[in-house]
Design a protein around this ligand. Sequence first.
Ligand code: NAP
Length: 248
Amino acid sequence: MQKVMLVTGASRGIGAATAILAAQRGYAVCVNYKENASAAGEVVGRIEAAGGRAIAVRADMADESQILSLFSTIDEHFGRLDGLVNNAGILERQMRVRDMDSARLRRILEVNVVAVFTCCREAVGRMSTREGGQGGVIVNVSSMAARLGSPGEYVDYAASKGAVDTLTIGLAREVADEGIRVNAVRPGVIDTEIHASGGEPGRVERVKNSVPLRRGGTAGEVAGAILWFFTSEAAYSTGAFLDVSGGR
Ligand code: NAP
């Protein structure tokens, strides 16, 4: 039976590349998005045109009830879940911590941390052999920012990714004997639209020379790392981190 993967925030960027690669590797894919229905539809269209199976499901990760209905839709449509990629993530305009208000901090933590916990909880409930599931794989999309701290840009975002790293370690150990592996990929500077949300669409160009490989990465390069954790070659890897950052 065909395995099923949920990729959150899969209408654009790293999530879209991951969904397309997952379909090429034989997964039926749930393409989650927040508002860009046409971009999500294009990802589904590309997958179907290549003979794959996918659905696009709108759900705002900032809203738990929408996350629950996303998982219910997967239950109804596919009847199983084998993989989760917690990819949806946000950042806001570059500023110093001194200028960040609590509403902003809550928005960042809601999507980048609380939703990742919620999606993990729902996925574990469906995958855990302890609860009658068949096991599975979870990959969290963290960031090198968790280690670098992003001073003067978005320390809030960096801290949220630090929380994702700790969740990855703890959950991996918690569910290791329930057939579930939990790992994380830490991208560096990747050429996607996320930098425009920070107010600097050209950020990759500006910082690329500080990257040892002297360029930004591509969404496809991150997707390849994410999908590696779903292969049998990764069968002994859990609670592990794969940095895709050009050496930065
Ligand atoms: P992106 O190009 O900005 O795409 C963001 C995706 O997430 C879109 O599909 C968007 O959907 C979706 N999304 C945003 N808010 C959402 C919400 N509240 N609920 C559901 N979906 C939501 O981002 P990206 O650069 O590919 O980043 C993907 C992940 O990689 C994030 O976790 C990010 O932190 C991480 N990362 C990125 C970089 C980088 O340099 N790009 C580096 C390190 C880590 P809509 O199209 O509907 O808006």
